[in-house]
Design a protein around this ligand. Structure first.
Ligand code: HEM
Length: 206
């Protein structure tokens, strides 16, 4: 079945994202622009959050499919929202205020409740599955290196992460590492070079 890749819990992961082909989306959500409080050399770069999250597949596999779908708020086969039919359908949370179709504490609904108040919080996500085989207790050591990019970690990533505290999936996930990073702008043309903005900006006077 085409579409985005699956994570190791078997769900399509990476469906909803700002459009990387849209300069308007990228300027609004991902690239540091000169409208903020950033130093000039940071413009055109982005902030990255990495979170290494171990998945506990033994309890996960004991859940039935509906319980799993309620955990993510999406269908396991198609990736569609629980209120829709296709992967790209927009979830209808307004018509389901009590969470009878999509539980209020499901991952996708908490991460992006689709309200005007949270619209500015979108992030560009990409998960990288990892599998280290069995650990010393013969338990699977696997999960995802969750990466996301945004122009402002406090405005975008942190409120999402705060909402996800206590999500349904929390019992089968354990964050084990991660960090915040700044990513320099790419090389723009044949005369440009990597980190040019950073290395040609005079150091501030003490
Ligand atoms: C083990 C860790 C995680 C897994 C397995 C996971 C998986 C998923 C899946 C399957 C979806 C629904 C399909 C999609 O739109 O891609 C989703 C959506 C999403 N996740 Fe995660 N995720 C994880 C961690 C995180 C973290 C740490 C954040 C941010 C703090 C996050 C933010 C989001 C967002 C913003 C959406 C899109 C919701 C929407 O716009 O409808 N996820 N995730």
């Amino acid at each position: 079945m085409a579409g985005v890749q699956r994570n190791l819990m078997g769900f399509k992961d990476g469906i909803e994202n700002p459009d990387p082909a849209s300069p308007a989306d990228m300027d609004r959500f991902v690239w540091v622009t000169d409208a903020g409080q950033e130093p000039a050399w940071a413009v055109g770069g982005t902030y990255q959050v990495v979170r290494i999250i171990r998945m506990h597949l033994e309890p996960w596999d004991r859940m039935n499919r509906l319980q799993q779908e309620h955990g993510f708020g999406r269908r396991k086969d198609t990736g569609a929202p629980l209120s829709g039919l296709r992967e790209r359908d927009t979830p209808d949370y307004n018509g389901d205020p009590h969470g009878n179709i999509t539980p209020l504490d499901s991952h996708a609904r908490l991460a992006n409740p689709r309200t005007p108040e949270t619209d500015h919080q979108r992030i560009l996500r990409r998960g990288y599955n990892y599998d280290h085989g069995l650990d010393h207790t013969a338990t699977h050591d696997l999960g995802v290196a969750f990466c996301c990019y945004q122009k402002d970690i406090q405005r975008q990533y942190e409120p999402i992460q705060t909402r996800l505290d206590g999500e349904r999936l929390a019992t089968v996930l354990t964050p084990i590492g991660g960090g915040y990073f700044y990513t320099l702008p790419g090389v723009r043309n044949a005369t440009d070079w990597y980190a040019s903005t950073l290395l040609t900006t005079p150091a501030p006077r003490p």
